[in-house]
Write a protein of this length. Structure first.
Lengths: 306, 331, 306, 331
């Protein structure tokens, strides 16, 4: 086991404070565009990616900041990307939803990244690399047909892909009962994919539950899926929240950070708070001083010669 | 003065009111949210049975709409961002656009697919595109683009209520907060009749125009600014000719204007190659005998970046149009 | 019950003889293009569409001749369509895969017609018409993502659509084990759709099994699905068969026509044979004398005025 | 003499042989079937681990290929009929074409998507289309079209082995049974170097050409027939200029030829509006000073009918080209 409960807490806290900072800075005009924060869902990425190995691959989606930081991405690189600086992970080209760094990939088209993850797993398998491809998606993304094309191929070809379905009970403003029929787990099982379903924001539980599934994937047993019932505390993107306040409040009682903090010594928690706040400050203030991405470094979309 | 968002909303409301066959479908379109860009706001409260929020299934939404239309309804589907339209491309091209003709005209497919295209908002490569060029020239599919010169709510409700063929109705994120254009004292504006009217805009009291500015949709807003600058700073007079219908291509008013001015400047937000203006060029070459000076201003041949300055570099800017106009005027 | 065992036999025989004629005439250059025959699968359409009511709707696919004839379509209209005559159901515009007549619709894009069927069912429901939409698809079509988008909406909105999955164990040349993971029934159940699965070529059994499902659909209980394991005896389209001959032989022993003939008086069978052969002859010979579809009657794809 | 089907098959085989990173994916591509049009026949027997038959999932196939490419492989996906390409349009435009640029050039997506377009076979409205025009002009996506003038197997294997950008490789059902062109005594043929060569074809010993025939893919076969007829029946001499790369648009050889002849005839199998030739028109108007006579021959603006005579009415025929050439020659 790589990390202690404090490590998990730190990582979740980094994501939380980073994202809070994003939401705070947005109205001040420091960013441009839009964003989708991971606040409330931190335990998922941190718990699952605990098992990440160096050569593993993460395929993420529109709500990618938390996945990226849990993957090991830098706060500064992400802050710079959001601020459109040359030091951004993609030098400002991608922005919040389109980030790429080492074996981490995201794109803003819902569902579109799932076949990519399957293709990557096929590459892994064919090259006998033994890596695991983590494919994150939300409940709403189960509306996209290409997801099922992907599940079928993943299972048919017994590929090393681990599907992580973060069910935060909403697709944007739409509650799950208005967008999803039947049961989520069965959507995966219908393709012969062994699936577990947990309703938890406890990072340790998520980590432990995913261990066995990920181990099987790594042992080339084929794809596995984990469904995590969760909740986002912040709006879908910036200010667009129409959910019931009481409902939000109720889920806030299961805040993954509080759950984890309760397992730690209060001084540790305080120290980590200070440490993380400084890191976040640092990331954003450095980013803000970095050079603004402009046309100077623009390259062609492709080699145009005929 | 009406805002465009309100006009569109009114057009939808009017359509729902006018015909019980009209239905709205799309992602997140129920109140209080009322759609990602709020175009449908309030409608689900007033027409709860006919405003249907859907799963995140663009192909499915369009396909379901086609099915409804084949059975006598007049569905209006919202695709949240124009960038997602390609997910429904097969449904548009191989189903919506084909059933009428391939059934030997036994059926019609009166659907309207609405979607906002466009950038200048920093939404990045998959939420800022202008993709309609990829479906223009599809037999059996009409493509319209909303602009501020012709009430887009009226156009929309005509497409919904009167058009028996499938329509892609292109909106623009930056069009929503605009006001309906009113000519005021600065402009002379002229509309050509028809279900989907053309607009011709000139600087009030200007002499014969030097340049025909061919553009559509939100780009007409930018075009208008440049017209004023060219007139006041350089005494170059532009006649802006704006179709509401992009496809099928019926370009007569543009051809006429080009015949008068001898110079055509095309302005498009999508990438340059094989955009709407290319068909105009072909028609000009095919039919006009006279010499025509021709230039296009459009997005650079790359994705729309997220970072502000980069996005600015990629998408057409006022200055680009201004300089292209100057180039056109060179003897 | 509308039809006797002899009626079902007659209808199946009409399909069979019609299709055999098509395959026979193809090499003689009487048709142009391609075709997909229903030989071997007749019991499905005939059994299921036994319950068809006047206002019901049938949404078919590339393999539509059998569905069309079972729907009540005319052999002559179909033969003319295949021969490109003005008297064809679509006056030669559509050809084999693209036919439309009354409440019958087909298109050659696999899966693409399934959301159409769902949209039609939505129209039925909204207009309180009480009709059932029959949506036919093959096992291979389960590869297409839009099918799942459709199943989700059908179930979510409790629409009157009856999915008939004809599992002939192949997608073109590809056996099901190479294109489909998991179990077919679960693909539907995952969306909360009640599903039955039978392995039979007995038209009476198919009819009886589907009755209860169709009745529930008609009673507005939401979508239902029936999976029928079946087999096609002829090539996928014309001459492209690479299946094991022994396998084909084995399935031929369960020929739905033979099964049904065995339930009838041999004289009846003989009489029906004569009757049907005449009808088929008549259909094709009339069609062949009908005027060839040419540019004379061509209309625009749409109203082009602006 | 090599047949085109064989040449393509050779190109695939060569690619599989040359690089262990090459994989083939597609529907029904295993032996003994060897693909709907047999282009991949024999390859699964020889490279069983690298020829992967897929479910009927066009978007998925392209998406999986993109994923493989992002991880260092060089997949080649077959879409059985070009008509089904629109099912994968989002994967092509929003994934394959974008990853390189939007990642700030950190990754490449070396995929090739092969597909046969085209009609003249009576397959009807959803199995006869020429749809590539809908993806031309996509930043980050190369589109090539096979023809008989340049060995398409060589072109294909270059795209697979040497091109690090996504490529759509357009074939044609009627190209498969053709033989590789050999100039013989009737023609003079001339290739312009490059990874994706251009061909210029003239009637042997002809005087200075009167007309530039701009076409690509299978249409060059029809174009060739008409060249001969025009030369022998009317003494009108045509220079046929055939690119292998359709997009990005690099049209210099066409511009030069047009400059020489002053007359351009475009021949395309897809519907006329906003086809490949429209971009050529725009470039001609933008850059050439001289007067150019310009005509296009393409499919009518309707689906491709199944019935023989109707299909013939819809798709371009030799006679259409012949008469268009005559019209072009009118003073
Ligand atoms: C193809 C596509 N359709 C629609 C959208 C717009 N959109 C962005 S996020 C979202 C909701 C996604 O819900 P879910 O998958 O549950 O993820 P969550 O936002 O809840 O994390 C929608 C509809 C999109 N980005 N891509
Ligand atoms: C979108 C699409 N992809 C591929 C095809 C080519 N194709 C025609 S039939 C077929 C196999 C279909 O299998 P299945 O659904 O099982 O139906 P069956 O032919 O067995 O009746 C394929 C791949 C098509 N028509 N449409
Ligand atoms: Mg969600
Ligand atoms: Mg099958």
């Amino acid at each position: 086991m790589k990390s202690t409960p404090a490590d998990s807490f730190r990582l979740m806290l980094q994501i939380r404070r980073f994202e809070e900072r994003v939401l705070e800075l947005f109205p001040r005009g420091l960013f441009y565009g839009t964003t989708h924060t991971y606040i409330g869902q931190e335990a998922n990425a941190v718990g699952v990616l605990h098992w990440l190995e160096e050569s593993d691959i993460v395929v993420s989606n529109h709500r990618c900041h938390g996945h990226f930081l849990a993957y090991g991405g830098s706060m500064h690189g992400l802050a710079s990307e959001l601020m459109g600086r040359t030091t951004g992970i993609c030098a400002g080209r991608g922005g919040s939803q389109h980030i790429q760094w080492r074996n981490f990939y995201a794109n803003g088209i819902l569902g579109g990244t799932v076949p990519l993850a399957v293709g990557m797993a096929l590459a892994v398998k064919k090259q006998s690399q033994g890596s695991v491809v983590f494919s994150f998606m939300g409940d709403g993304t189960l509306g996209e047909g290409v997801v099922y094309e992907s599940l079928n191929m993943a299972s048919l070809w017994e590929l090393p892909v681990f599907f992580v379905l973060e069910n935060n009970r909403y697709a944007q403003s739409t509650p799950i009962k208005l967008h999803l029929a039947g049961e989520i787990a069965k959507r995966f099982e219908a393709f012969g994919i062994r699936t577990m379903h947990i309703d938890s924001t406890d990072v340790d539980l998520i980590r432990n539950t995913s261990e066995e599934l990920i181990t099987s994937v790594r042992k080339a047993a084929g794809p596995r899926a984990l469904i995590i019932d969760t909740y986002r505390f912040a709006p879908h993107s910036k200010g667009d929240d129409v959910r019931d306040l009481e409902e939000i409040e109720q889920f806030r009682r299961k805040d993954p950070l509080q759950l984890q903090a309760a397992k730690l010594n209060p001084t540790t928690v305080e120290e980590l708070e200070t440490e993380v706040m400084e890191q976040v400050e640092q990331a954003f203030s450095t980013a803000q001083q970095d050079p603004v991405a402009d046309a100077g470094a623009v390259t062609a979309a492709m080699d145009e010669t005929a | 003065m009406t805002g465009i968002l309100q006009a569109l909303n009114d057009g939808l409301r009017h359509s729902l009111e006018a015909s019980a066959a009209v239905y709205l479908l799309g992602e997140d379109i129920l109140d209080p949210y009322g759609g990602a860009f709020k175009v449908v706001k309030g409608l689900s409260s007033d027409y709860p049975d006919r405003v249907i929020t859907t799963p995140v299934s663009e192909a499915g939404i369009v396909g379901v709409s086609v099915g409804m239309a084949l059975r006598g309804l007049r569905p209006v589907a919202e695709i949240m961002f124009g960038d997602f339209l390609m997910l429904a491309a097969d449904q548009l091209m191989n189903h919506a656009a084909k059933f009428r003709w391939m059934s030997n005209d036994q059926v019609r497919v009166p659907i309207v697919v609405r979607t906002p295209m466009g950038g200048y908002r920093g939404y990045g490569p998959t939420h800022s595109q202008t993709l309609e060029k990829h479906v223009l020239g599809t037999a059996g599919l009409r493509v319209l683009a909303a602009n501020t010169l012709v009430n887009p709510g009226t156009v929309l409700s005509r497409a919904i209520l009167e058009d028996d063929d499938p329509v892609l109705f292109v909106e623009h994120k930056l069009l929503y907060p605009q006001m309906m254009f009113s000519a005021g004292s600065e402009f002379e504006s002229h509309q050509l009749r028809g279900r989907y009217p053309w607009s011709i805009l000139r600087i009030a009291g200007a002499p014969r125009a030097d340049i025909t500015l061919a553009t559509y949709g939100y780009m007409a807003e930018i075009g208008r600014e440049v017209m004023v600058r060219l007139a006041y700073e350089r005494e170059i007079f532009v006649e802006m000719v704006v179709p509401t219908q992009l496809s099928p291509f019926r370009l007569d008013p543009l051809m006429e204007s080009a015949g008068r001015t001898g110079r055509v400047l095309v302005l498009e937000e999508g990438t340059l190659n094989l955009g709407w203006g290319a068909e105009l060029a072909a028609r000009l070459l095919e039919t006009l005998d006279q010499d025509i000076q021709f230039r296009r201003v459009a997005a650079r041949n790359m994705p729309v970046a997220a970072a502000a300055k980069l996005e600015q570099h990629v998408l057409p800017q006022e200055d680009d149009i201004f300089s292209a106009a100057l180039t056109l005027m060179k003897p």
